[in-house]
Design a protein around this ligand. Structure first.
Ligand SMILES: Nc1ncnc2c1ncn2[C@@H]1O[C@H](COP(=O)(O)OP(=O)(O)OP(=O)(O)O)[C@@H](O)[C@H]1O
Length: 585
């Protein structure tokens, strides 16, 4: 979607792909055909009426002519049916194809965005972009734009044709349409302001709903039901009030525009009767004009009520454009051959202008060895390790893997060289088997099961009704913390990447599971460059190198024995933990 070439204004304004723009033009053409086809039954009906009132003028009804008109009537109805069917197909195709395109390209774009974006954007905001904003586009593309443009074309053509026949009737029919639209256009400022306030309130309310549902367990545990519900209720009330204000504000202008259109019918009748009494127009053409005017004003009246949606659409487009304009992380797919990692004077802060989370860090992580990152909570261990995987880019200094600066690497390509086991395991609402296979989509069933067994997943999978093919709930809600962790280790084993990052990987395991998992982990890290983040220092005493962090800085580094001998922060942390081993509650 972020096309660099100059797009036609309408295509750009509606954020359509080339195909979507072409389909929209086809949909407009199809709607225009339908509009014109709708005139056919009107003409036939008028002819029938004229035939039936012949006795009043002393003429005889021609039954033959009536039968012919009847046949024309059926043919006209059939043509209307075919045109409507085609128009229906075209308008829905454009909207659903485009919304699928928009959702896919947005999801693809989001995947490539730096993690810093997610610091400033809420998940519900992104969900609103992907689902709500695209649904608005879907609706205006299927229900408003094709009809709006085709009605404008139809009405202009018809008025020109009537104008050739009698310019006074042409003007009488046409004049109220631009006035009605000018009223709507003139009120755009007020409507936009009200629409924006309502859209913001809707977003805030959906964030509150999401937070309320996600935090339900904590809310119950802390007896916060009343307080949190109150906040949610307030957000919903604000949304309701602003929705009413918006509907009321737009309603006034829409009603005004509709009154002008009604006046247009009156004006057409007045001009027509005046011309008829002055013998400047015949009865039949006058009746035709009057029927046509009611035919074309009807859909315009309906569309006027839909115009507020165009405002929502503009707001939605603005939000989608803002998201699509965020530059994704880019880089080359340079193959990596060596896996030693070097930090040189690395600085990093989560928020521009905020305090630095990583301060002038320069350390080396040797290839094929185990390096542990330790330090007090919040000292920057996770941040430092995630900078290697380009979750964020460093603000100063550099991180290289085998001499290649990670900033120059495509993030997805870089990720192919890394297996990461986080403390918070993310699982998908899919089978256990598929959740493990995410580690390597090309793995055979035997390889997936072997990885699962090595990570001791068989112990819980075998007890489930469909074994590895059992469906997990949303985010694996049916598994315990330890089981989720084992599943995540199985994924990493299957990936078999040369760099392994273990962020508190055994934190949620009981001592028995932990010893099993330690065996699995020893398999996972064989001959790999391993970075382990651990709070329990006894689990990393055998590491080749221990890096001690405090307040974003590296304060010590060395082996367990070397660091114990220094009597610094590591020694202090280790002693505290040894002491706590003797405690009991
Ligand atoms: N996404 C984020 N946005 C803003 N600040 C963050 C973010 N993640 C972490 N921080 C902050 O950065 C600092 C370092 O956090 P980090 O998670 O790297 O520490 P840590 O040493 O791994 O802590 P722990 O041992 O408790 O996991 C903390 O002050 C934390 O609040």
């Amino acid at each position: 979607m972020p096309d660099k070439k100059k797009l036609p204004r309408l295509q750009d304004a509606l954020m359509l792909t080339d195909k979507g723009y072409k389909d929209l033009k086809k949909a407009i053409a199809a709607c225009t055909f339908t509009n014109f086809s709708m005139m056919l039954p009107t003409i036939v009906m008028l002819e029938v009426i004229m035939e039936l009132i012949k006795p009043f003028t002393g003429d005889e009804i021609s039954w033959n002519r009536l039968w012919i008109l009847f046949a024309f009537g059926i043919a006209a109805a059939f043509i209307v049916f075919l045109c409507s069917k085609n128009d229906y197909k075209k308008t829905y195709i454009v909207s659903y194809m485009e919304s699928e395109n928009a959702r896919t390209s947005m999801a693809e774009h989001i995947r490539k965005l730096p993690m810093s974006v997610f610091n400033s954007k809420d998940i519900s905001e992104l969900t609103t972009n992907l689902m709500g904003d695209v649904a608005t586009t879907e609706h205006v593309l299927s229900h408003i734009y094709p009809q709006l443009f085709s009605n404008a074309i139809t009405i202009t053509v018809i008025c020109i044709m009537i104008g050739f026949f009698d310019w006074r009737m042409g003007i009488a029919i046409f004049i109220s349409v631009p006035i009605a639209f000018l009223i709507i256009l003139g009120s755009r400022g007020v409507q936009r302001k009200l629409g924006k306030r309502h859209a913001d309130a809707k977003l805030a309310a959906s964030e509150q709903v999401q937070e309320y549902i996600e935090g339900l367990k904590v809310i119950k545990a802390c007896n916060m039901d009343g307080e949190r519900f109150g906040t949610l209720e307030k957000a919903l009330r604000t949304m309701r009030n602003l929705a009413i204000k918006f509907e009321f504000g737009t309603g006034i202008f829409i009603t005004g525009a509709q009154v002008v259109l009604q006046a247009g019918v009156g004006l057409t009748v007045f001009v027509g009767i005046t011309l008829l009494t002055g013998r400047q127009i015949e009865l039949i053409p006058l009746l035709m004009c009057l029927l046509i005017v009611t035919r074309i004003y009807g859909p315009i009246q309906t569309e006027l009520t839909l115009l507020p949606e165009l405002l929502y659409h503009q707001i939605a487009i603005k939000r989608m454009r803002a998201l699509m304009n965020i530059s994704p992380m880019e880089g080359a797919e340079t193959p990596l051959k060596e896996f030693d990692i070097d930090f040189k004077n690395v600085n990093f802060s989560y928020n521009a202008g905020g305090g630095e989370t990583i301060k002038d860090v320069s350390v080396s992580i040797q290839s094929g060895g185990i390096t542990a990152l330790v330090g007090p909570s919040g000292s920057g261990k996770s941040t430092l390790s995630r900078l290697i995987a380009r979750f964020w880019d460093v603000d100063g200094g550099s991180i290289t893997i085998g001499g290649v600066n990670v900033k120059t690497l495509d993030p997805e390509h870089l990720m192919a060289y890394m297996s990461i086991v986080f403390q918070d395991v993310v699982l998908f609402n899919d089978t256990i088997y598929n959740n493990i296979r995410i580690g390597n989509m090309n793995a055979t069933r035997e390889q997936v099961i072997a990885a699962a067994k090595a990570a001791r997943c068989d112990e819980f999978a075998d007890k489930l009704p469909d074994g590895y093919d059992t469906l997990l709930g949303e985010n694996g809600s049916t598994l315990s913390g330890g089981e989720r962790q084992r599943l995540s280790i199985a994924r990493a084993l299957l990936k078999d990447a040369p760099i392994v990052l273990l962020d508190e990987a055994t934190a949620s395991l009981d001592p028995e599971s932990e010893s099993y998992i330690q065996q699995a982990i020893s398999k996972l890290i064989e001959n790999k460059t391993v970075i382990v983040i651990a709070h329990r220092l006894r689990t990393i005493v055998d590491a080749d190198k221990i890096i001690v962090m405090n307040e974003g800085e590296v304060v010590e580094q060395g082996t367990h024995q070397e660091l114990l001998g220094k009597e610094g922060l590591y020694n202090k942390l280790y002693s505290i933990q040894q002491e706590s081993l003797g405690w009991s509650i």
